[in-house]
Design a protein around this ligand. Structure first.
Ligand SMILES: *Cc1c(COP(=O)(O)O)cnc(C)c1O
Length: 396
């Protein structure tokens, strides 16, 4: 018998030599500001639970009640027999929340992006994406058989050049709203104006903006006042600020019906457990109505940035809870994250291929569940770790 192992080990060892090997840490508690990970108590700056809703008692209670009502498994895809009253109610509430005529649940954000792009785009079409878009948007582009071009991050001039030639049947511009590893915002006003001028469609994946941006947590489109005309295809995920799991697409009646008919990642997969939908209805209410979480989060972001700047820690221009600290070297970023964890602060060490080569970074994710004292302690520990691991020492 031929085992794949010998061949696979070659690539695994290469990844280790490059200091790009990834290991999972095991979480022993619910998500939250204070967690236990691999046997150690830590303050958690490594999750996307931006509002602290993943372990909220009302969300848990809704989940438990719904599991008692509907059971656990949805039992089938939405089109067969898996579409429950809980799913339907959540879709209606998400449509109202986003100010769009309809919303459609997907089992994950990854699948929503793959499904939307592949339902809308095919041979002869032109798909344009920001180079730093999330992998699920990029993978949707690779799969869809349209002409697919990526423009440098936020580079409107290059985008104009790509939009200039006439010919393609259909043009779609797809972008993250908040960029997941940089924390900055897409220039949505400029993108919408270009899409309008060129008859292109604009698709915005605001996985990291919902719950965080906008007075009601409606994300980047609420913050910028962009309606259905400007952003006809809007994606949100439920596993981040909503604190649950899954994703949705919000848009027109025709868009949603198109996805139900032609979205392969919608059609050929099991519906989310109804209890997840019910829990998300509870988290949507908290996310929308309890603005104090956003206020507290905004104050923590400003506090972190002021504190880090005062101690000479480099930052990127982000106004969101995603606060990357650029390090560059893959070994050094791991060493600094290791120091921080030993001191009780858990931050993500983000390396290629998640980010471009040479741009490894710490990804500090702030949450409304954090206290000012926890953020202050992180800043101090960061300055200590930054000095303890000099640039040369981390070099491989
Ligand atoms: C997390 C994320 C996704 C994927 O969502 P999942 O529900 O986790 O699959 C898609 N797009 C962006 C921008 C994300 O950050």
């Amino acid at each position: 018998m031929t085992s794949p192992d010998r061949e696979l080990r070659v690539a695994l060892e290469a990844r280790q030599v490059e200091k790009l090997y990834r290991r999972r840490l095991t979480l022993e508690t619910p998500q939250g500001a204070r967690v236990r990970v691999d046997g150690r108590a830590c303050v958690n700056f490594a999750s996307n639970d931006y509002l602290g809703l993943a372990n909220h008692p009302e969300v848990i209670a809704a989940f438990v009640r719904a599991a008692e009502t509907y059971g656990v498994g949805s039992g089938a895809s939405h089109l067969i027999s898996g579409h429950s009253r809980a799913h339907q109610a959540l879709e209606e509430e998400l449509a109202a929340f986003t100010g769009r005529p309809r919303a459609l649940l997907f089992s994950t954000g990854y699948m929503a992006n793959m499904g939307v792009i592949n339902a809308l785009m095919g041979p002869g079409d032109l798909l344009l994406q920001d180079r730093l878009n999330h992998a699920s948007l990029l993978d949707g582009g690779f799969l869809c058989r349209a002409r697919f071009e990526r423009y440098p991050h936020g580079d409107m001039e290059t985008l104009d050049g790509l939009l200039a030639p006439v010919g393609p049947r259909r043009i779609l511009i797809a972008t993250d709203g908040v960029f997941s590893m940089d924390g900055d915002l897409a220039p949505l006003g400029e993108l919408a104006a270009r899409a309008d001028a060129r008859g292109a469609w604009l698709m915005v994946d605001d996985a990291h903006g919902f719950g965080v941006l906008g007075d009601k947590g409606g994300g980047i489109v609420e913050a910028l006042g962009l309606g259905l005309d400007a952003v006809p295809i809007l994606i949100g995920t439920l596993g981040k600020a909503f604190g649950t799991f899954g994703a949705f697409v919000a848009g027109s009646e025709a868009l949603i019906e198109t996805l139900i008919q032609f979205g392969r990642t919608y059609i050929y997969t099991t519906a989310l457990p109804p209890a997840v939908a019910a829990a998300t209805r509870a988290s949507l209410r908290l996310l929308r109505d309890e603005g104090w979480r956003r206020d507290h989060l905004r104050a923590l972001i400003a506090r972190f940035r002021a504190g880090a700047a005062a101690l000479g820690i480099p930052l990127l221009p982000s106004t969101t809870p995603i606060q990357p600290v650029p390090v560059g070297d893959d070994g050094r970023v791991q060493a600094i994250a290791g120091h921080l964890r030993a001191a009780g602060h858990w931050v993500g060490a983000i390396r290629p291929p998640t980010v471009p080569r040479g741009t490894a970074r710490l990804r500090i994710a702030l949450s409304a569940a954090h206290s000012e004292a926890q953020v202050d302690a992180l800043v101090e520990a960061l300055a200590t770790a930054w000095r303890a691991v000099p640039a040369a020492q981390g070099k491989s």
